[in-house]
Design a protein around this ligand. Structure first.
Ligand code: PEP
Ligand code: MN
Length: 333
């Protein structure tokens, strides 16, 4: 971190600042020019509050030269993280497709869809049991019962399962779940992230509706610095000025996140667009820009789905999309 002091800064004040920083266990290299003094901070500056220092009267500017995220930073871990989940693999050049309904609705529904997406080559099954709905009057999910039905579908098909956890107090119910999803609305639920950091379960961390890439990485950092290295990042669209789509799919996040971090990055074109006919082109685009996989909502009867029917592909549409994804993968390999 570099601190530039204002021209004519009171030497007593600057001495006090230097002492304060040194007391944090950080070395300070002082370089006094004829016009301005620059302080170079050497050591672990992650705990230094740059905004607080910038607010001091004697300070002109503060600049971090190292990133605040360490565990997920590619600089400190150049190889891709590869996460193995019951035969499926995410990261490191493979491609993992997670498919299934928005919500688990019944045993028949989830098993039927699980069989269909497996036949079309999906590697994992998704399905929401705990649903974060904007309206309290909408279907809230089958909760614990939904997880049991997902486990039945796993038993039937062998597909590992991915489902959302909304509260750390439900963790016991997720013991047999393969991947725990943190939804967009909970990306900055720091107590939840810390609790998940104490497990070794793979965590699928979705980008918040209005969060920056750095905020997403800092949330991954919460999980990883608590002891769990198994984090998968997911771009699922953000709020912008788009009026005809549910969100805006920020595909440039994929190569940027790959540059910044060694964690796998997948894309969810279903929540990003909200319209089933727009899902395939965006899924193909996500494949082409280097995503490590996709999460796609598939329903056997979208018009009667209890949530997100408008963005669900039918099993046939999903199978057709899978063939096109394979073509894109060949084209870019
Ligand atoms: C979901 O995956 O069902 C979901 C609610 O996604 P998001 O958190 O991205 O809205
Ligand atoms: Mn959904």
């Amino acid at each position: 971190m570099i601190i530039v002091l204002k021209h004519g800064a009171d030497p007593k004040e600057s001495e006090r600042l230097v002492e304060w920083i040194k007391n944090l266990g950080i070395d300070v290299h002082e370089s006094a020019g004829s016009y301005q003094t620059v302080l170079g901070l050497i050591g672990d500056t992650a705990k230094v509050d740059a905004d607080l220092i910038a607010s001091l009267d004697i300070v002109e500017s503060v600049r971090r030269i190292s990133d605040t995220f360490k565990c997920c930073n590619r600089r400190f871990h150049p190889e891709d993280t590869v996460i193995n989940i019951g035969g499926a693999q995410i990261g490191g050049g493979g491609f993992c497709v997670i498919a299934g309904p928005c919500s688990v609705e019944s045993e028949k529904q989830i098993i039927n869809i699980a069989q269909a997406v497996k036949a079309a080559g999906a590697q994992m099954l998704r399905g929401g049991a705990f649903k974060p709905r904007t309206s309290p009057y909408d279907f809230q999910g089958l909760r614990g019962e939904g997880i049991k039905l997902l486990l039945a579908a796993k038993q039937e098909t062998g597909l590992p399962i991915v489902t959302e956890i909304m509260s750390a107090s439900d963790l016991d119910l997720f013991e047999k779940v393969d991947v725990l999803q943190v939804g967009a609305r909970n990306m900055q639920n720091f107590d939840l992230l810390k609790a998940l950091g104490q497990t070794r379960k793979p965590i699928l961390l979705k980008r918040g509706l209005a969060n920056t890439l750095k905020e997403l990485l800092m949330s991954a950092e919460y999980i990883m610095s608590s002891g769990n290295p198994n984090v998968i990042l997911c771009e699922r669209g953000i709020r912008t000025y788009s009026d005809y789509l549910r969100n805006t799919l920020d595909l440039s996040a994929v190569p940027m996140l790959h540059e910044l971090s060694h964690l796998p990055v997948i894309v969810d074109p279903s929540h990003a667009t909200g319209i089933s006919r727009i899902v395939p082109p965006m899924a193909l685009a996500a494949t082409a820009c280097g995503a490590d996989g996709l999460m796609i909502e598939v329903h056997n009867d979208p018009s009667h789905a209890l949530s997100d029917g408008a963005q669900c592909l039918t099993p046939d549409e999903f199978a057709q999309l899978q063939a096109r994804i394979a073509s894109v993968r060949r084209a870019i390999s």
